[in-house]
Design a protein around this ligand. Sequence first.
Ligand SMILES: Nc1ncnc2c1ncn2[C@@H]1O[C@H](COP(=O)(O)OP(=O)(O)O)[C@@H](O)[C@H]1O
Ligand SMILES: [Mg+2]
Length: 605
Amino acid sequence: MLKLKDTTTRDAFRYGYLLNKMYPYIKLVLGRSILLFLLAVPLGLLDGVVAFSLRPYMDFVVNGNEYQTFELLGHTFKLQAFFIKLIPIAIVLFALVQGVLKYICNYLSDWTGNKMSNALKVDLFKKLTSMDTKFFDVNSSGIVLSRFFTDPDTASKNLINTLKSFILAIFEFVALVFVLLFNSWKLALIGIGVMGIAITPVILIKKKIKNVSNATMVVSGDMTTNFNETFAGNKIITAYNLQQNQNHKFEEQIHEQFDLTMSLTKRVGWMSPIMYFVCSIGIAIVMNYGNSLILSGEMTAGSFASFVTSLLLLYKPTKSLGLTLTNLQSTFVSIARVFELFDLMPEIKNSQNAKKLDGVGDIEFSHVWFEYEEGQPVLKDFNLKVNANETIALVGNSGGGKSTVVSLLPRFYDINSGSIKVNGEDIRNLDIENLRNNISFVFQDNYLFTGTIKENILMGKPNASEEELLQAIKLSHLDEFIGTLPDGIDTVVGERGASLSGGQRQRVAIARALIKNAPIVILDEATSALDNESEAIVQKALDNLMRNKTVFVIAHRLSTIHSANRIAVLNEGELVELGTHDELINKKDGRYRYLYEMQFSTGGV
Ligand SMILES: Nc1ncnc2c1ncn2[C@@H]1O[C@H](COP(=O)(O)OP(=O)(O)O)[C@@H](O)[C@H]1O
Ligand SMILES: [Mg+2]
C-alpha cells in the first residue's frame, strides 16, 4: 500500500525500532550532541551551587562569626570570613558562566537539530521523487507536505532539545535535592513530597496531548490541501462562484483546529496554576515547620534560607522533567510519521540484471489485465501489436481505458497479468530509466515548471546543443511567438505556465519532446483543449514530432487520426476493432463507424 495513514500514534510506541531508524541521522551530529549533553551537566548543577552557598553567607550575616564550619561527606570544612564575603561576587561570576554555557548549549542544540532535520528533509525529498505515480494518486498534497516540513523538524529538534532539557533538569534536580537534604532531611521530605503531588497531573495528561496533537496534524494537512486546491483550481472556483464554498471549508477547518487547540489548552492550561497552588501549600508548611526547627536550634537561619531558595528553584526542573515525557511522546509520533513515509517502497523498480534497449522495434501488449482499484479491472485481456515506426491511434468513448494503455508503457503503473514487450523483451525486465528515455509524452494539459521557456524545453535533454535547441523551437513552430517576446527564449513562464496560451504551452511541451528525440511518442489528447486555429499550428508541430517514430495517438477528434496507420478501438477496457480508417469505416455496425458518424452528425469534427 502506498497510502499514508491519518494517524501513526500506535507506531510511536516502537521506540527501539524508531531510534534505530533515526540512528544514521543522529550519527551525523553525534559529536556535537555529546558535547551539548556534557555541557548541560555543569549548567544544571550551577543553580544548586548558588543555593548551597547561601547558607554560609546568611549565617555569617546573622551571626558574624569569623568562620563557618560545615560537614560534608564525613569531612569538616572551615570557611573563613574572607571567603564568605566573596560569595555575592562568586554568584555573579557563576551567573556569567551559566550565561556563556547556556549560549553554547543553545547554539549546539540549534545546530544539531537543524542539521538532522535537513538531512531528513533531503532524504524525504529523494523518497518523494522516487515514488510511483500511484503514491501521488492516493495521498493528498497537504498530508504529504506536513510530513515534509513539520515532522522532520519536530522529530529532530525536539529529540535534541528534549534530551538536553532532560539532562539539564536531572542535574538541576539532583543538585537542588542534595542542597535540601543537606540542610534538613525532615523539611526536604515535606518539600519533595509536595513537588511529587504537584507534577502528577503533568504525567496523567500525557496521553490526551498526544491524541490531540495527532488530530491537529490531520487538520492542518487538510488545510494545506485546501490551500493548494484553491491555487490550482482558481479558475474553476471563479467560474463556478465557489469562493463561498472554499471560504466555508477553510473556516470549518480553522474552527476545528481552534477547537483542538483549545481542548488542549483547557486540559493543559490548569496544570501550571494547580502546580503553583500545591507548591504554595508546600512552602507554607515548610515555613511553618522550619520556623520551629530554627527556634529549637535544629536549623540555622542560613540553612533555612538556602533550603527555601532550593525549593523555589526546584519548581523549574521538576516541571521540565514532567514535560520531557510529553515532549518525548510527540517527538516519537513525528519520528513514526517520518519513517512511515520512508518505509513506503516504490512498487515499480528495476529488476535484477535489468536490460537496456537497443533501439525500438515492435511493441506488443498481450493479454493485459490491469486495475487501479482491486476488483475493478480497467483493461480486460487487452491485445495490441504495434510495429516499429507505425502510428497507431487509440479511440473509444471516455473512460474506456485509452490513457491507461499508454501510461502502462513507461510503467507509471504495472499490469496485473499478461505482458507488455518492447523488441520481444518484457518491459519489467528493462531498465526503467532507459525505457522512459525512449518515450516522449505530450498530454492535454502539460506541466510547465516555473522558469524560462528555454529551461522548460531543455528538460527534454539538459545537455542539448544550441543548434538542437533552435531546431526544436523551429520544428515546434515556436520561433515566431518567441520572436515577439522581449526576453525571447529567456522569458519566464509563471507557475504552471499560466502566462502562456494553451497552444503556446502545448508547443513548448512539443519542443521539450522534440529535443528529447525519443523513438516512441505518446500523444494523449494533445490537441483536444485547443481551438481550431491553435490546433492547426500545434498539429504541424506534432507532425514534426511524429516523423519516423513509433506513435500512440489518442485524439478526441476523429478527423485528426485519419492519417494513422491503424486505429485501435477500445470499449470498456477491451480492444473491439483494429484496422485502417478505410477498413473500419466500411464495417457495417462497426464501433468506429458509429463513433465517426456520431461526430459528423453532431458537428464535432
Ligand atoms: N489514477 C486512477 N485511479 C483510479 N482509477 C482511474 C485512474 N485513472 C483512470 N481511472 C479509471 O480507469 C478507467 C479508464 O480511464 P482512462 O484510461 O483515463 O480512460 P480514457 O483515457 O479512455 O478516457 C476509468 O474508469 C477511470 O475512472
Ligand atoms: Mg484519457
